[in-house]
Design a protein around this ligand. Structure first.
Ligand SMILES: Cc1cc2nc3c(=O)[nH]c(=O)nc-3n(C[C@H](O)[C@H](O)[C@H](O)COP(=O)(O)OP(=O)(O)OC[C@H]3O[C@@H](n4cnc5c(N)ncnc54)[C@H](O)[C@@H]3O)c2cc1C
Length: 471
């Protein structure tokens, strides 16, 4: 019980979990080179002794103990704002542990249908919080043929489903794909990926189980090789995190770990709540990245003496507009929060979905702007080792100079970050992730249509047309 140290976290991962990477079965991830960077990233969230982080990453629970702030249920705007700040500070492993907010958000609705399952959510939340656990958001199914429902697929296991109920619990089978940090957490929090109909009731299933539960297997993949130097790969060398292809091979989930088992009417509510919190976290990080992109555009053009060029200034203005719109969208969503009956606050659903849509649908254009002003060195710049090499270093210093005072090393670092963030390991991942993580554009379009006040807009239009009938 209580806060863990980084060492305790590391040791807790050596629990017999079944992990694969690149065709290899890894028995102890804590000593395997593939996991060195990802585990270090996850350990940073356990750095409670760090005075710069301590205040932000902990809070006092209702019983007076200390817990990681990712478990704090927001009840004021200030607490929502702190959550966003935390989202920028935390590793993605801490970030996805925010999955408990989605569970708590729908707990009251679930209680009306199945009080026992709602109690399981509350118990699970407290257990995870009080033991300082990390959890993954395990939502996206394999899905097979997208034009067919879950029960119409060629293989009934293409969406995770209940294959049997026993006195001990439910037996589940299926696979969940792309699961961020699945191999590095303690709990897999599983939910339906979409709404389900009555004839898909076996697929309306949500639960939480430890990663080392018999029958769970995780195949990993990351955008970055095991080790990269931080000069040439300033982003990838520190952010590398595997996504997991998680298999549930007839896994027994005890009844006290079940949140949904056939209540198909609520499947969509789980998916919706998770989407909201996942998009909020994604936007907190996106806002930070967009700000960095503005800074990079300014630095790279200044270093080349073209920062006064009108085309460059226009381009940088586009980037500023992008970064500020995301920041303002987030700010709006927090200030116009919504609340559950139990008093838990969550960001404005329409505001988050509009902002996520804006961020994702414009991201590639912003990368294009940055590439446009930066030039070809973005991908052809020699490496740090060439700068350090006695024979080649002087040539780099000579030919990468722009003015008397050019700091060639700084110039190289700026280009390296542009490449790494937008055109290489982390960058390649980012191009797809901006669109898909937290749900593709279609998911936000659906949520925008559902939550926009269409009645008000129609009345405004009718009124403007002089056609509004008064009752
Ligand atoms: C880096 C990364 C990390 C992720 N992390 C997680 C995670 O931690 N947990 C998790 O659960 N998921 C995670 N995801 C998964 C993410 O939520 C999905 O990738 C996303 O929801 C899209 O689903 P999909 O990949 O199955 O693609 P698809 O469902 O195939 O969607 C791709 C496109 O096809 C469209 N489409 C889908 N169905 C139809 C249809 N019937 N007709 C027409 N068009 C359709 C969609 O709108 C979309 O534009 C992650 C994804 C990435 C890339």
């Amino acid at each position: 019980m209580g806060l863990k140290t980084a060492d305790e976290y590391r040791a807790s991962l050596n629990d017999g979990r079944v992990i694969f990477w690149g065709g290899e079965k890894i028995t102890d991830i804590t000593s395997h080179p593939r996991f060195r960077v990802p585990i270090e990233v996850a350990c940073s969230d356990y750095d409670y002794a760090n005075p710069e982080l301590g205040e932000l990453i902990t809070y006092e629970t209702e019983d007076g103990s200390k817990a990681h702030r990712v478990y704090q249920v927001p009840r004021t705007v200030e607490e929502l704002e702190l959550r966003l700040k935390l989202g920028c500070q935390m590793s993605i492993v801490g970030g996805v542990t925010g999955v408990y907010m989605a569970l708590l958000q729908i707990k009251d609705r679930l209680a009306a249908v199945n009080p026992r399952f709602a109690e399981n959510i509350e118990n699970m939340y407290r257990y995870a919080r009080d033991n300082d656990l990390r959890a993954a958001e395990v939502i996206t199914d394999a899905k097979g043929d997208r034009s067919k429902k879950a029960h119409e697929q060629i293989d009934p296991d293409l969406y995770v489903r209940i294959v049997k109920e026993t006195p001990e619990g439910i037996i589940v089978r299926g696979a969940k794909l792309h699961i961020t940090a699945a191999a590095l957490v303690h709990e897999l929090v599983v939910m339906p990926t979409k709404s389900m109909r009555e004839n898909e009731a076996d697929y309306a299933v949500a639960f939480s189980i430890p990663v080392n539960t018999p029958g769970v297997k995780i195949i990993n993949r990351s955008f970055a090789p095991a080790e990269l130097n931080s000069f040439d790969y300033p982003a990838s060398s520190h952010h590398s995190m595997p996504e997991g292809f998680v298999i549930f091979d007839d896994v027994l989930v005890p009844w006290d770990r079940v949140f949904l088992a056939g209540e198909w009417q609520l499947a969509g509510a789980f998916a919706g709540a998770l989407g909201l919190w996942e998009r909020t976290l994604g936007l907190a990080m996106a806002s930070q990245d967009a700000n960095i992109m503005v800074g990079l555009a300014h630095l790279v053009t200044e270093q080349q003496g073209k920062d006064r060029d009108p085309h460059v200034q226009d381009t940088i203005a586009e980037l500023i507009c992008y970064a500020e719109t995301i920041r303002m969208g987030l700010d709006y969503a927090v200030r116009h929060f919504e609340a559950t009956d139990g008093g838990m606050l969550h960001p404005n659903t329409l505001g988050i979905n509009v902002t996520k849509y804006y961020y994702a649908s414009n991201f590639h254009q912003m990368v294009r702007h940055l590439h446009d002003v930066a030039g070809g060195l973005t991908i052809t710049l020699p490496e740090e080792a060439d700068l350090l090499n006695e024979e080649t270093g002087p040539y780099l210093r000579k030919y990468l100079a722009v003015r008397e005072d050019t700091d060639v090393e700084q110039r190289m670092r700026v280009f390296s970050l542009i490449r790494d963030m937008t055109a290489d390991a982390f960058g390649g991942w980012h191009l797809v992730t901006a669109l898909q993580a937290g749900g593709g554009l279609k998911a936000q379009r659906i949520m925008m249509s559902r939550t926009f006040d269409m009645g008000d807009a129609r009345n405004a239009a009718l009124s403007a047309a002089g056609a509004l009938k008064q009752d």
